[in-house]
Unconditional design. Structure first.
Lengths: 120, 112
Protein backbone atom coordinates (compact mmCIF):
# COMPACT_ATOMS: atom_id res chain seq x y z
CA UNK A 1 0.00 0.00 0.00
CA UNK A 2 0.83 3.73 0.02
CA UNK A 3 1.86 4.10 -3.61
CA UNK A 4 2.27 7.56 -5.11
CA UNK A 5 2.87 8.02 -8.82
CA UNK A 6 4.12 11.00 -10.78
CA UNK A 7 3.83 11.72 -14.45
CA UNK A 8 5.87 12.40 -16.44
CA UNK A 9 9.09 11.03 -14.96
CA UNK A 10 11.17 13.21 -17.26
CA UNK A 11 10.34 16.23 -19.36
CA UNK A 12 12.42 18.45 -21.57
CA UNK A 13 10.87 21.65 -22.80
CA UNK A 14 11.78 24.92 -24.43
CA UNK A 15 12.06 28.11 -22.49
CA UNK A 16 8.74 29.92 -22.26
CA UNK A 17 6.52 26.87 -22.40
CA UNK A 18 4.39 25.50 -19.57
CA UNK A 19 4.75 22.05 -18.09
CA UNK A 20 2.21 20.13 -16.03
CA UNK A 21 3.24 17.44 -13.57
CA UNK A 22 0.68 15.05 -12.09
CA UNK A 23 0.85 13.42 -8.68
CA UNK A 24 -1.51 10.59 -7.83
CA UNK A 25 -2.07 8.52 -4.72
CA UNK A 26 -2.95 5.12 -6.14
CA UNK A 27 -4.24 3.16 -3.17
CA UNK A 28 -5.18 5.71 -0.57
CA UNK A 29 -6.85 9.07 -0.34
CA UNK A 30 -4.52 12.00 0.16
CA UNK A 31 -6.05 14.79 2.20
CA UNK A 32 -2.80 16.72 1.83
CA UNK A 33 -0.18 16.76 -0.90
CA UNK A 34 3.17 18.46 -0.78
CA UNK A 35 5.38 19.63 -3.62
CA UNK A 36 9.14 19.76 -3.27
CA UNK A 37 12.02 20.65 -5.53
CA UNK A 38 15.49 19.32 -5.15
CA UNK A 39 18.68 20.58 -6.75
CA UNK A 40 21.61 18.19 -7.23
CA UNK A 41 23.22 17.09 -3.99
CA UNK A 42 20.89 19.24 -1.94
CA UNK A 43 18.01 18.66 0.42
CA UNK A 44 14.33 18.68 -0.42
CA UNK A 45 12.86 22.16 -0.34
CA UNK A 46 9.14 22.43 0.23
CA UNK A 47 7.42 24.58 -2.36
CA UNK A 48 3.80 24.33 -1.32
CA UNK A 49 1.21 22.38 0.62
CA UNK A 50 -2.17 21.64 -0.86
CA UNK A 51 -5.32 20.32 0.73
CA UNK A 52 -8.05 18.79 -1.37
CA UNK A 53 -10.50 21.42 -2.50
CA UNK A 54 -8.51 24.34 -1.07
CA UNK A 55 -5.97 26.78 -2.40
CA UNK A 56 -2.38 25.77 -1.94
CA UNK A 57 -0.21 27.34 0.72
CA UNK A 58 3.10 28.43 -0.76
CA UNK A 59 6.41 28.70 1.04
CA UNK A 60 8.16 32.02 1.26
CA UNK A 61 9.95 32.87 -1.96
CA UNK A 62 7.88 30.54 -4.16
CA UNK A 63 5.95 32.40 -6.85
CA UNK A 64 2.37 31.20 -6.82
CA UNK A 65 1.70 32.59 -10.29
CA UNK A 66 4.61 30.64 -11.70
CA UNK A 67 4.00 27.35 -9.92
CA UNK A 68 0.29 26.66 -10.15
CA UNK A 69 -0.97 23.91 -7.90
CA UNK A 70 -4.34 22.24 -8.11
CA UNK A 71 -5.62 19.55 -5.75
CA UNK A 72 -9.01 18.85 -7.21
CA UNK A 73 -9.56 15.40 -5.80
CA UNK A 74 -8.36 13.19 -2.96
CA UNK A 75 -6.09 11.28 -5.31
CA UNK A 76 -4.72 13.89 -7.70
CA UNK A 77 -2.67 17.04 -7.46
CA UNK A 78 -1.03 18.88 -10.34
CA UNK A 79 1.87 21.29 -10.48
CA UNK A 80 2.10 23.52 -13.55
CA UNK A 81 5.33 25.37 -14.15
CA UNK A 82 4.29 28.33 -16.27
CA UNK A 83 6.63 30.05 -18.71
CA UNK A 84 9.47 27.79 -17.70
CA UNK A 85 13.04 29.04 -17.80
CA UNK A 86 16.35 27.19 -17.51
CA UNK A 87 16.63 28.11 -13.81
CA UNK A 88 13.42 26.10 -13.22
CA UNK A 89 15.25 22.93 -14.23
CA UNK A 90 15.17 20.68 -11.21
CA UNK A 91 13.86 17.45 -9.69
CA UNK A 92 10.27 17.96 -8.59
CA UNK A 93 8.87 15.51 -6.07
CA UNK A 94 5.41 15.25 -4.61
CA UNK A 95 4.33 13.51 -1.46
CA UNK A 96 0.93 12.56 -0.15
CA UNK A 97 -0.52 12.06 3.28
CA UNK A 98 -3.86 10.88 4.60
CA UNK A 99 -4.48 12.98 7.67
CA UNK A 100 -7.61 11.07 8.64
CA UNK A 101 -5.93 7.80 9.44
CA UNK A 102 -7.30 5.75 6.59
CA UNK A 103 -5.49 2.84 4.99
CA UNK A 104 -2.08 4.30 5.65
CA UNK A 105 -0.23 5.66 8.66
CA UNK A 106 -1.66 9.08 9.47
CA UNK A 107 1.50 11.05 10.03
CA UNK A 108 3.56 9.62 7.19
CA UNK A 109 4.29 11.35 3.91
CA UNK A 110 4.65 8.99 0.98
CA UNK A 111 6.76 10.25 -1.88
CA UNK A 112 6.25 9.90 -5.59
CA UNK A 113 9.16 8.87 -7.83
CA UNK A 114 9.88 12.44 -8.92
CA UNK A 115 9.89 14.35 -12.21
CA UNK A 116 13.10 15.63 -13.71
CA UNK A 117 12.44 18.87 -15.58
CA UNK A 118 14.98 20.23 -18.01
CA UNK A 119 14.28 23.60 -19.60
CA UNK A 120 16.38 24.41 -22.65
CA UNK B 1 13.78 25.69 11.26
CA UNK B 2 15.98 23.15 9.51
CA UNK B 3 17.22 20.24 11.67
CA UNK B 4 20.95 19.64 11.80
CA UNK B 5 22.21 16.31 10.56
CA UNK B 6 25.59 14.83 11.30
CA UNK B 7 27.84 13.60 9.92
CA UNK B 8 27.56 14.98 6.40
CA UNK B 9 29.05 11.85 4.91
CA UNK B 10 30.10 8.38 6.02
CA UNK B 11 32.09 5.72 4.21
CA UNK B 12 31.84 2.18 5.49
CA UNK B 13 32.93 -1.28 4.57
CA UNK B 14 30.19 -3.87 4.28
CA UNK B 15 29.34 -5.20 7.72
CA UNK B 16 30.32 -2.07 9.66
CA UNK B 17 27.93 0.03 11.73
CA UNK B 18 26.97 3.68 11.42
CA UNK B 19 25.01 6.27 13.39
CA UNK B 20 23.37 9.32 11.86
CA UNK B 21 22.13 12.10 14.10
CA UNK B 22 19.38 14.67 13.65
CA UNK B 23 19.03 17.57 16.08
CA UNK B 24 16.61 20.41 16.62
CA UNK B 25 16.88 23.44 18.86
CA UNK B 26 13.23 23.04 19.88
CA UNK B 27 11.00 20.14 20.87
CA UNK B 28 9.49 18.26 17.98
CA UNK B 29 6.23 16.43 17.40
CA UNK B 30 7.82 13.79 15.20
CA UNK B 31 10.93 12.74 13.29
CA UNK B 32 10.75 10.94 9.96
CA UNK B 33 13.67 9.12 8.38
CA UNK B 34 14.06 8.61 4.63
CA UNK B 35 16.71 7.14 2.36
CA UNK B 36 17.22 8.49 -1.13
CA UNK B 37 19.26 6.85 -3.84
CA UNK B 38 20.72 8.89 -6.67
CA UNK B 39 18.07 10.04 -9.14
CA UNK B 40 15.23 8.51 -7.15
CA UNK B 41 12.66 9.82 -4.70
CA UNK B 42 13.06 9.39 -0.94
CA UNK B 43 11.87 6.12 0.53
CA UNK B 44 10.22 6.17 3.94
CA UNK B 45 12.10 4.24 6.63
CA UNK B 46 10.33 5.04 9.87
CA UNK B 47 8.63 7.68 11.98
CA UNK B 48 9.13 8.39 15.67
CA UNK B 49 6.46 10.15 17.65
CA UNK B 50 7.13 9.61 21.33
CA UNK B 51 9.97 10.80 23.49
CA UNK B 52 12.16 7.87 24.43
CA UNK B 53 10.81 5.81 21.54
CA UNK B 54 12.97 3.32 19.73
CA UNK B 55 11.99 1.59 16.53
CA UNK B 56 13.66 -0.91 14.29
CA UNK B 57 13.29 -2.74 11.05
CA UNK B 58 15.77 -5.51 10.40
CA UNK B 59 19.18 -3.92 10.94
CA UNK B 60 18.06 -0.32 10.76
CA UNK B 61 16.70 1.26 13.91
CA UNK B 62 16.15 4.72 15.34
CA UNK B 63 15.62 6.48 18.61
CA UNK B 64 13.99 9.72 19.71
CA UNK B 65 15.30 11.19 22.92
CA UNK B 66 13.11 12.05 25.91
CA UNK B 67 13.20 15.77 25.24
CA UNK B 68 12.15 15.10 21.63
CA UNK B 69 14.89 17.28 20.23
CA UNK B 70 17.24 14.67 18.90
CA UNK B 71 16.95 11.47 16.91
CA UNK B 72 19.54 8.95 15.82
CA UNK B 73 19.41 6.39 13.04
CA UNK B 74 21.43 3.22 13.61
CA UNK B 75 22.59 1.04 10.72
CA UNK B 76 23.97 -2.27 11.90
CA UNK B 77 26.09 -4.65 9.85
CA UNK B 78 25.67 -2.43 6.82
CA UNK B 79 24.91 -3.88 3.42
CA UNK B 80 25.76 -2.50 -0.01
CA UNK B 81 22.07 -1.66 -0.47
CA UNK B 82 22.24 0.78 2.45
CA UNK B 83 24.19 3.24 0.33
CA UNK B 84 22.36 6.47 -0.31
CA UNK B 85 21.58 9.80 1.28
CA UNK B 86 19.66 9.71 4.53
CA UNK B 87 17.38 12.58 5.41
CA UNK B 88 15.57 13.29 8.61
CA UNK B 89 12.38 15.30 8.37
CA UNK B 90 10.93 16.98 11.43
CA UNK B 91 7.52 18.28 12.40
CA UNK B 92 6.85 20.80 15.14
CA UNK B 93 3.18 19.91 15.57
CA UNK B 94 0.59 17.35 14.64
CA UNK B 95 -1.73 17.94 11.74
CA UNK B 96 -2.41 16.65 8.26
CA UNK B 97 -1.14 19.87 6.71
CA UNK B 98 1.84 20.16 9.01
CA UNK B 99 4.96 20.32 6.92
CA UNK B 100 8.16 18.34 7.20
CA UNK B 101 11.40 20.26 7.30
CA UNK B 102 14.29 18.20 6.05
CA UNK B 103 17.89 18.23 7.14
CA UNK B 104 20.67 18.57 4.60
CA UNK B 105 21.19 14.84 4.45
CA UNK B 106 23.94 12.37 5.28
CA UNK B 107 25.56 10.57 2.39
CA UNK B 108 26.33 6.97 3.27
CA UNK B 109 28.60 4.90 1.05
CA UNK B 110 29.02 1.21 1.76
CA UNK B 111 31.91 -0.44 -0.03
CA UNK B 112 32.53 -4.18 -0.47
Amino acid sequence: GAVVSQHPSRVICKSGTSVKIECRSLDFQATTMFWYRQFPKQSLMLMATSNEGSKATYEQGVEKDKFLINHASLTLSTLTVTSAHPEDSSFYICSARDGRGGRVQTDTQYFGPGTRLTVL
Amino acid sequence: QQPVQSPQAVILREGEDAVINCSSSKALYSVHWYRQKHGEAPVFLMILLKGGEQKGHEKISASFNEKKQQSSLYLTASQLSYSGTYFCGTERAQGGSEKLVFGKGTKLTVNP
